[in-house]
Design a binder for this molecule. Sequence first.
Ligand code: GDP
Length: 451
Amino acid sequence: MAENLASVILVGRPNVGKSTLFNRLIGSNRAITHDMPGVTRDRLQGVVRQPGIQPYEIVDTGGVTLDAGAAPAEGPAGIRGFEKDILAQADAAMQSASAIAFVVDAQAGLTPQDQYLAELVRKKNLPVLCVVNKVDGQEKEDEKLADFYSLGFPLLAVSAEHGYNIRALRDDLAQLLPERGEVELAEPVLKLAMLGRPNAGKSSLINALSGDDRLIVSDVAGTTRDSVDVRFEWRGQEYVFVDTAGIRRRTKITDNIEKFSVNSAIKSSTKADITVLVLDIVEGVSQQDKRLVDLLVTRKIPFFILLNKSDLLSPDELKKKKKEISELFSFCKYVPILEVSAQSGLGLNRILPLAKEIKRECGMRVGTGQLNRAMQEVLARHQPPATRRVRPRFFYMTQAESEPPTFVFFVSDADAVPPAYVRYLEGALRHIFRIRHAPIRIHLRSSHKKR
Ligand code: GDP
């Protein structure tokens, strides 16, 4: 590590394309190969450089296929077929890395080996990007990514072989790394609102995340500390849960009654950057929960859903429930749904990074050039349909100065553009600008001329 750079390690089972990816990432920079004493595998290190980002080191340890004579790791089916020392090496290399690029193969889909490795990766408590390799065209991209959402990592589709999305990959990996420099710029406090029915586990989750029993779960009136906001630090970033008074203020009588005020819930969420809706996975989704989701979606409030108490279900039941709930919320596929357990700690490490990522997406600014190219691209892929033989003309698009991202199309006749086409525009823009989980707005304005 000559320049003392932060390093990103590539982790993935054999044949997912790590070596090709490694070479793509470093571009013309030659890889340095270290023959580590006592170890037969090569550890590849190279430096990733791209204008506008801090250079960083990329490390590939086990892009090596099995030796005929090597002993495969024993154990559950998930890890059979890994070579023990490859696992050990990857594990050791992760210790010294600042971030992990977890590589999977879109053609093969999610395998038990991926799941096993993902578990190891998760335990490292480092920022992770899941790189979905071998996506060779944009057509099926969403479909291919869908397989890997359950891992809970942010995803990026790439093709190492065809060079698709490699620039974006370099950017995204750089984003995972801590800023270098003498003065660490403190990020603004990220404000979170925790919503959900009584007993869903909001207090338990807040306690678990803030590492403090601030919100006393077994409720005795008058014993709780009276802070309305719970402020805490996690991995160097400050967070605050706003409006927690409403969470604690409940009596035994209202417990278990399916009742909470949707309006005051929405009010809390307007004080926060990101809203977290907690559902008890055993209880499922109530009418209020649905109404709340509807409102959050129509009001373009950035949020995600936690299915808490996952520890109470078997893996099969969990899968079934998750599927049911996802189907119920299929009208807002952009909203992430995570299975967690305040009790066992399952999935808790994914909550705050996800909140941060959605916040980042909410603040995304797209340059004029990129906007124009995007508009040409979406129009070329699908023309707006003609009504009464007149096809609405699209002149240009802009991004309004607001959060979440708001895109305004100037068109010859806004009323002549059908809602289905607006939905198409939304999907296409999400794809092009890679806004995965934040709400976005599309406005159409009638105009007579090009800018
Ligand atoms: P709140 O009303 O949403 O704040 O819910 P609480 O945090 O007070 O939790 C309600 C009950 O559910 C308490 O008895 C918790 O111990 C229990 N609970 C919370 N989270 C979990 C979890 O992940 N698993 C299990 N098994 N119980 C949980």
